[in-house]
Design a binder for this molecule. Structure first.
Ligand code: NAD
Length: 362
């Protein structure tokens, strides 16, 4: 995987694309039109097509349209310019047609760093891992992120933090993935307050995007647990705002797992600047509050009646989570996330991880 990172690097997208193929299909969302227009202009007649509409969780109908456009236009590379929705649609084409992906992320979602694909229909969201969807080249240009409004910056940043935190205590984490995750948390915690309060601060944008890159990498290197399972279910089945859901869930799932992952959370505590692992969940909650990111599922429009159904589905699923799950425990986490309860410090957090692998799931 090749990564190009820095201000103004959007200018290199067309030449990077030519290294992968000669007939690019561009995929971009509404807010990313200006950057996509510039790239499409540089590609000129070699452009195989341009999909200008993307949606969260890759609806199967959108995937089918993009796949048909790639085939009809004779595309041999897909360029995604946008957030996780644009990257996700490019991945759907890669998975079906086998084309290489060049991703140009404009949010902190991190999908560009993972071999994870997702697709949704009326029944909910399906995810899986497939090396074919991992982008071959990623071009990060912090200048593309200054247009993110504060609310999106905050929630998307919390989404990136969720990747790093869950990766930190994943049962298959390694020394390398843990140190990358710790660095991601540090970069995000340092960068986000200024990126939210001064959206055009390129220094803060650069540091935050670097954190999102590292968080996405850490996520791709490990197996996701309870947090991501809940986020996929809530986003895919109830069509809630993806980044907002991550933000509301993160402190509560961290508090739930904390008694089993004290050792892993020690590095999160260092990166967040709090005294110990028992304070990490509370620090994440306070950070979300300070950034103005969602802390309650209720504010995202979830019906309280859905909580029981989600608990039942999640408790019955095979999830690789460090703390064993029961339906009652999942229901408690969801109730706390629903109202946005500030987590209490976890006193028993110093216990060593209880590696209870319930099997790989996502
Ligand atoms: P998104 O891509 O839907 O973008 C959210 C909104 O922000 C959209 O309206 C978009 O047009 C706009 N936007 C994007 N960049 C902008 C910018 N720079 N300035 C202003 N507006 C901008 O949302 P997302 O949170 O980036 O991604 C969510 C999707 O990504 C979900 O479908 C999620 O499942 C997926 N995802 C997948 C993985 C993975 O590893 N497969 C990881 C993370 C997220």
């Amino acid at each position: 995987m090749r990564v190009v990172f820095g201000r103004g690097r959007l200018a290199e997208v067309s030449s990077e694309a030519r290294a992968l193929g000669s007939r690019p299909l561009v995929v971009s969302g509404r807010h990313e039109a200006a950057a996509a227009e510039r790239v499409a202009g540089e590609l000129g007649d070699s452009l195989a097509g341009w999909i200008r509409q993307v949606a969260q969780h890759v609806p199967v109908a959108s995937a089918a349209q993009a796949i048909a456009a790639a085939r009809d236009g004779g595309a041999d590379v897909v360029i995604s310019i946008g957030g996780g929705s644009a990257t996700g649609l490019a991945k759907a084409v890669a998975r079906e047609v086998g084309l290489p992906v060049l991703a140009v992320p404009t949010t902190y979602a991190g999908s560009e760093m993972t071999p994870v694909w997702g697709q949704s229909d009326e029944g909910g969201k399906t995810t899986g891992r497939d090396e074919r969807v991992l982008p071959r080249t990623v071009v990060y240009d912090p200048a593309l992120t200054v247009s993110m409004p504060g609310e999106l910056t905050a929630a998307s940043g919390m989404n990136a933090l969720a990747h790093a935190v869950e990766s930190l205590y994943a049962l298959d984490s390694t020394e390398l993935s843990r140190s990358v995750a710790e660095e991601a948390i540090r970069a995000l915690t340092d960068g986000l307050p200024d990126a939210v309060s001064r959206p055009d601060d390129l220094g803060a944008r650069t540091g935050t995007l670097r954190g999102a890159w590292l968080a996405g990498w850490a996520l791709g290197a490990t197996t996701m647990g309870l947090h991501h399972k809940l986020a996929h279910l809530l986003g895919g089945r109830y069509r809630l705002w993806h980044a907002g859901v991550h933000s509301a869930l993160l402190p509560q799932v961290t508090a739930f797992n904390a008694p089993s992952v004290g050792a892993s959370l020690r590095s999160a505590a260092r990166a967040l600047g709090v005294a110990g692992p028992g304070l990490v969940a509370r620090a994440l909650f306070d950070l979300a509050r300070r950034l103005g990111a969602p802390t309650a599922l209720a504010e995202l429009g979830l019906d309280r009646g859905a909580l029981d159904e989600v608990s039942t589905v999640v408790a019955a699923a095979t999830i690789s989570n460090p703390r064993p799950l029961t339906e009652e425990a999942v229901a408690r986490v969801l109730r706390q996330a629903y109202v946005g309860e500030r987590p209490n410090p976890t006193p028993s957090c110093e216990a060593p991880p209880t590696a209870t692998l319930r099997e790989r799931s996502l």
